[in-house]
Write a protein that binds this ligand. Structure first.
Ligand code: IMP
Ligand code: MG
Length: 197
């Protein structure tokens, strides 16, 4: 029997894919600079870093290690995203801080500033708790998407309006473990389904 020529599999173009946007080395270089800026602004003060779970975990640990002197950590968790790539706009506190921030110099450490709804919510509840000083450090800023009138004091990278994953950022809890930040492309069908949620 004549051998059938193997059919070439067409290259799947419509599949989930991550394209690197910011490499791990660029992330580390910028985070070191941010740590310097922060310490320069508060040369002699104990700094209390509050990481917003879970996206800011790697950013907080890398930033925290680069800030010399007295630094403490706490974590808070909020939810605003479902499983898709679009925020529900509703922010909910899902885990509160372990200790009081009254009288402390607090730096909120966030992965990404998108619509600003999460940060607006956090600034409101933190202000009520009377910190000595309140600042915000975000690794990524997507200013095109802003709805709430908030801004960060320290910004790692300003990025275009694309959905990014990696270095703590997720899509439906996946990709957080990537060491770089990348742009996620979804198959057409899945993208449309995610928009519904
Ligand atoms: P905001 O409330 O719209 O500013 O969104 C803030 C939160 O939404 C971030 O802390 C992230 O958890 C999530 N988020 C926003 N944009 C992205 C993205 O491009 N990739 C992954 N998560 C995102
Ligand atoms: Mg998230």
């Amino acid at each position: 029997m004549a051998k059938l020529a193997k059919k070439q599999q067409p290259k799947q173009k419509n599949e989930e894919d991550v394209r690197i946007l910011i490499s791990r080395s660029r992330l580390q270089r910028r985070i070191t600079e941010m740590a310097r800026e922060i310490r320069k602004d508060f040369p002699n003060e104990p700094l209390h870093l509050v990481g917003v779970l879970k996206g800011a975990v790697f950013f907080l640990t890398d930033l925290g290690q680069q800030i010399p002197g007295d630094v403490s950590f706490d974590f808070i968790a909020v939810s605003s995203y479902g499983v898709g790539t679009h925020s529900s706009g509703q922010v909910r506190l899902t885990r509160d801080l372990d200790s009081s921030i009254e009288g402390k110099t607090v730096i909120i450490v966030e992965d990404i500033l998108d619509t600003g709804m999460t940060l607006q919510y956090l600034l409101r509840i933190f202000d009520q708790r009377k910190p000595k000083c309140l600042r915000v450090a975000v690794l990524l800023d997507k200013p095109e998407r802003r709805i709430a009138a908030v801004q960060a004091d320290y910004v790692g990278f300003t990025i275009p309006n694309e959905f990014v994953v990696g270095y703590g950022l997720d899509y439906a809890e996946r990709y957080r473990n990537l060491p770089d930040v990348g742009v996620l492309t979804l198959p057409t069908v899945a993208t449309n389904a995610a928009k519904v949620g």
